[in-house]
Design a protein around this ligand. Structure first.
Ligand code: FAD
Length: 394
């Protein structure tokens, strides 16, 4: 375990099962041998590494029998594993974890929570094994933090069909998704609903947002919808209010806390690698006290964030967690990530701004983690509402 998780000084990974450890070991080997060599180039060129999505489907991170040893009769992997899975993947690269997370988290859970039995049976097994790809289309050009206020994308019922019009923004992986859960406002009831839109159907136009400075590997997309027709049977039947959407968002927000923690560990490893080979004043810079203090703070941040995530995972496993817990996890770990990558970037000097040194990638990507799945401020307001009983936002 020390070799697999050198930054786990609190030995939290001891509670993983042998099967879970073996799975993660195999995944690390695949990532390092197949994807490490071109990772910096993929990031610089804003390209998804070829075969990544298929490989992750093949190793079966949601279905592999190794993950169910000792969990006979369980339908889902353990939450502790979910944490260490996100930790391990984002320690390698945050974009890849984000890309996968939007498919298997917000996207898949739109079908899990939003679908009726028929829709769940039709889509969930295919999505879980990557036979089909999905994404999550909620945010709009004019509505980010305030999506609960109402969406500009409209849905009008005509006979047994719905007609969708509007636009979506920032949608990760929409350009390669087979089925897109599009959230839109029913013009009759003024309540949001969710529609299964096919990428290539008439009236759908998708373009990839260019020139991002963070998560460059993730193709974030604009989606334009013009008189797009969706049958009532392709409307996710159990999404009929913002409360229903909140269930989907709530199901994955802790995942961002998990991801931020792995990214901190990735920044620590990248920084350690650099300072151990860089000489100044005739000595390795890793030998200087001020450098070691920063490394120590980075390590302490990782340990702290891991402990928080493991407790969140335990509460999730018991079904005993709430929005305050998830907001604390997302807000705090994203903030600590920003601090951690900045320390690492600083002690890597000028070379720390070059993409060929992994710290630069973590430094840039941390900015997106800070913003998505509820900004720092919005998560703070969720916690503030619970502390004071007063909502500072609607
Ligand atoms: P805004 O809402 O405009 O916020 C701007 C600033 O104002 C923030 O600092 C915010 O905290 C602050 N603010 C807003 N309201 C208040 C308030 N009441 N009090 C105090 N401060 C406030 N969306 C999807 O649907 N699907 C995706 O796949 C997806 N992927 C994403 C990937 C990336 C890389 C990014 C950057 C975003 C993605 N998003 C996605 C959208 C993301 O969820 C939004 O960016 C996020 O909700 C914030 O919205 P916004 O960017 O419009 O910022």
């Amino acid at each position: 375990l020390k070799e697999l998780f050198p930054e786990d000084v609190l030995k939290l990974s001891r509670d993983l099962s042998d099967g879970e450890v073996e799975f993660l070991r195999q995944m690390v080997e695949m990532l390092e041998t197949k994807y490490r060599p071109n990772l910096a180039k993929n990031w610089a060129n804003a390209e998804v590494p070829e075969g990544f999505f298929e490989d992750m489907g093949n190793i079966g991170y949601l279905t592999n029998p190794l993950l169910f040893q000792g969990r006979e009769g369980k339908q889902t992997t353990s939450q502790l594993f979910q944490f260490f899975f996100a930790f391990t993947l984002s320690r390698f690269d945050i974009s890849l974890n984000t890309l996968l997370g939007v498919h298997s988290g917000l996207g898949l859970n739109s079908f899990v929570f939003g679908g009726d039995d028929r829709q769940r049976n039709e889509y969930v097994p295919k999505l879980a094994t990557h036979q089909l790809r999905t994404c999550f289309a909620l945010t709009e050009p004019e509505h980010g933090s305030d999506v609960a206020w109402g969406l500009d994308t409209t849905a009008k019922k005509v006979g047994d069909k719905w007609i969708l019009n509007g636009a979506k923004r920032w949608i990760g992986g929409a350009n390669v998704a087979d089925v897109i859960p599009v959230y839109a406002q029913d013009v009759e009831t003024n309540k949001p609903k969710c529609f299964i839109v096919k990428r290539n159907q008439t009236g759908v136009k998708i373009d990839v947002i260019q020139d991002k400075i963070a998560l460059k590997i993730v193709p974030n997309c604009n989606i334009y919808l013009e008189d797009v027709e969706v049958l009532e049977e392709d409307r996710l039947q159990n999404i009929n209010s913002f409360k229903d959407i909140a269930k989907v968002l709530f199901s994955t927000r802790a995942g961002v806390a998990f991801m931020a923690t792995g990214a901190m560990a990735g920044a620590l490893q990248a920084t350690l690698k650099y300072v151990k080979q860089r000489d100044q004043f005739g000595k390795k810079i890793s030998s200087y006290q001020l450098v070691q203090e920063k490394l120590a703070m980075m390590q302490a941040n990782v340990a702290n964030a891991m402990a928080l995530c493991v407790q969140i995972a335990r509460l999730q496993e018991d079904g005993d967690y709430d929005e305050v817990v998830t907001s604390v996890g997302k807000m705090l770990n994203a903030l600590r990530l920003r601090e951690t990558v900045a320390m690492g970037r600083g002690i890597c000097g000028g070379n720390g701004i070059l993409v060929e040194n992994d710290i630069a990638r973590f430094f840039a990507d941390a900015e997106a983690v800070y913003t998505y799945e509820g900004t720092h401020e919005i998560n703070a307001l969720v916690i503030g509402r619970s502390l004071t009983g007063q909502a500072a936002f609607n």
